[in-house]
Design a protein around this ligand. Structure first.
Ligand SMILES: [Zn+2]
Ligand SMILES: [Zn+2]
Length: 267
């Protein structure tokens, strides 16, 4: 790096930090669970030692999937002798493997629901930071070339103003990048062309019918862009894996070598 770019970079950092400070005074960051204002100074006793975006007390409310885990979807399984959960043993999934950050209990539900429906976009930062800390080793192993968020239908995204999976992907990519792990986010390649009804009220066969043909590669993109690449799909919640499997199938038909997924909770 020559001196000129170094000065520019230092200058930019100064203004960025000053900007961040001003923003945090105007819009203080709050704990996603109890709503207490979180101090910006690091190592403050109120915030969790591990994650500065949630308070210490609420951090203890988070539950992470505990071994033994399904080899495919990473859902905890009761029977140690089994390799796959009931869902994965009974279904053909098109993804190669995936991980989930949290168990879908009350705490995770609140954090993800607020992120999705109540514009609590900061929640994505807390979740992405935790995912980066806990799943960095796995990400280094699977070496994704790109992160692709599960897309929303254009109309739904316009109504909501954002796609929560895209926010989670971007925050994750930024945090990893600060650790010198560069995985770009591509939110344009895969699109949702079918406005599907909410999956959670449906039985598994209905879910598959509901989601069939819902995704495709955008006509604006080169369909062979990720030929033989390793792709990481990102979504907020994993329930039966139907949506992720459908996305993985479309990506593989377009030539993707491996398709992994990361979700922020698993039910
Ligand atoms: Zn709290
Ligand atoms: Zn499974």
């Amino acid at each position: 790096m020559n001196q000129r770019t170094q000065i520019d970079k230092t200058g930019k950092d100064f203004w960025k930090q000053a900007g961040d400070r001003a923003v945090s005074l105007l819009f203080p960051r709050v704990c996603p669970l109890c709503g207490r204002i979180l101090p910006t100074a690091p190592n403050n006793l109120l915030t969790s030692e591990n994650n500065p975006y949630i308070c210490r007390d609420c951090y203890r409310e988070l539950h992470f999937p505990a071994e033994p885990l399904c080899l495919l979807c990473s859902r905890p399984i009761q029977d140690e002798t089994k390799e796959y959960c009931r869902d994965c043993a009974a279904t053909v999934h098109h993804f190669d493997q995936g991980k989930a950050l949290l168990m879908h209990d009350e705490a995770a539900k609140k954090i993800l629901y607020d992120l999705k429906y109540y514009n609590r976009r900061d929640n994505a930062l807390m979740l992405a930071r935790e995912a980066a800390d806990r799943l960095e080793g796995w990400l280094l192993k699977i070496k994704p070339d790109v992160i692709i968020p599960v897309p929303l239908h254009k109309k739904r995204q316009l109504e909501r103003g954002y796609n929560q999976a895209q926010l989670l992907s971007c925050r994750l990519s930024e945090i990893l990048s600060s650790r010198k792990i560069h995985i770009p986010v591509d939110s344009r390649f895969l699109v949702r062309i079918k406005k599907t009804s909410a999956q959670k009220q449906l039985q598994s066969a209905q879910r598959r019918d509901n989601i069939k043909g819902a995704f495709e590669i955008s006509y604006r993109e080169d369909p062979g862009k990720y030929t033989n690449c390793s792709v990481l799909l990102v979504d907020d919640i994993y329930t039966t894996g139907t949506t992720l499997s459908e996305c993985a199938q479309v990506l593989k038909e377009a030539g993707a070598g491996k398709v992994f997924f990361l979700t922020f909770s698993i039910g």
